[in-house]
Design a binder for this molecule. Structure first.
Ligand code: SF4
Length: 316
């Protein structure tokens, strides 16, 4: 196995084809509205990350059933994950949050996935999700945006939190029966290969279950877009990105599920995305290179569990 693919994991867990259906709520993010910071992460466009979703004026149920009908016909999927994708989905009043979540519990939804920021995790919201899990027999997963473990870079991209808040969120969530998925961008301009290796090590040490790897895309009108147009930032090339992904996978524990290897950018107003190459072509290049060089996920993941004393364990 080159890497632990999400489709394989879903098949093992649910025994059938499962698709994620994005839900777009009429909400915002504390890193945009002034609560934590104003303006948001420097790469985040006005629409947030939900450019592939339906309009937030539609109810949760309407969005789910519309997408379900389409995916059912097109891909013959039978089960679905309700994916609260855009902005910060735990940054709403608790009662409102409960209503949105309850609305997502409909036939054939086997999991509810909630995307949020590490500084927006709190017990009351998780308690309600645990109640839903038990009452309706649906799995719960929490997607945490981290992007990088390099806290200097986190500051440069105006994340509004550091690595500590992420670790805190993971510790809180781990008290529940929920799976965590972490989002990382492997080509942030200020990060180098050492940061990528450290990201893999920290994710492995924290026993995160899923990772979504993104390639940075740059949108017009964002702070990052202005930096890019002024020539203030330097991006790595495609080959270097491919190498970073492979190195990341090699340092990552083999039981961590890889939900994606590449990001996808909106069609409009994109200044830079995936070196003008289709995401799936780059994915194929990654796979090809791994096969040629005998790379695989977890090959270099031997740094935990008391590596410094492992020779004594071997002798005993
Ligand atoms: S935390 Fe997410 S929604 Fe908020 S500004 Fe950053 S990328 Fe955008």
């Amino acid at each position: 196995m080159l890497y632990y693919e999400y489709s394989k994991f879903l098949k093992e867990k649910y025994g059938t084809k499962v698709y994620k259906l994005p839900i777009n709520l009429p909400i915002t993010c504390p890193n945009r509205d002034g609560n934590i910071s104003r303006g948001g992460c420097t790469f985040c466009a006005d629409v947030g990350t939900g450019f592939e979703s339906l309009k937030s004026t539609l109810s949760v149920k309407e969005q789910l059933t519309k997408n379900m009908d389409y995916i059912r016909k097109r891909y013959k999927a039978e089960k679905f994950i309700a994916y609260f994708q855009n902005y910060t989905n735990t940054y709403v009043e608790l009662d409102e949050f409960k209503k949105y979540i309850k609305d997502a519990v409909i036939d054939d939804i086997v999991e509810i996935s909630i995307s949020t920021r590490p500084d927006c995790i709190s017990k009351e919201y998780l308690d309600y999700l645990e109640q839903i899990r038990q009452s309706y027999n649906v799995e719960i997963s929490i997607e945490l945006g981290l992007q990088t473990v390099n806290y200097h870079t986190l500051k440069k991209i105006n994340r509004g939190h550091t690595l500590a808040e992420y670790i805190d969120a993971v510790n809180i969530i781990n008290k529940y029966n929920f799976e965590i998925c972490t989002h990382l961008i492997l080509n942030l301009p200020w990060d180098n290969l050492e940061d990528i290796i450290e990201s893999a090590k920290i994710i492995s040490a924290l026993k995160i279950k899923h990772v979504k790897i993104h390639s940075l895309y740059i949108i017009k009108g964002t702070v990052l877009g202005d930096q890019y147009l002024r020539g203030d930032i330097k991006l790595i090339n495609k080959e270097e990105y491919i190498q970073r992904v492979i190195t990341f996978l090699e340092y990552l524990y083999p039981d961590i599920v890889i939900q994606r290897l590449m990001g996808r950018a909106p069609k409009e107003n994109t200044l830079f995305s995936n070196w003008n190459t289709s995401w799936w072509k780059i994915r194929d290049e990654i796979i090809e290179k791994m096969k040629i060089n005998n790379n695989y996920q977890g090959r270099l993941a031997n740094y935990l569990n008391g590596k410094g004393v492992s020779k004594f364990k071997i002798q005993s």
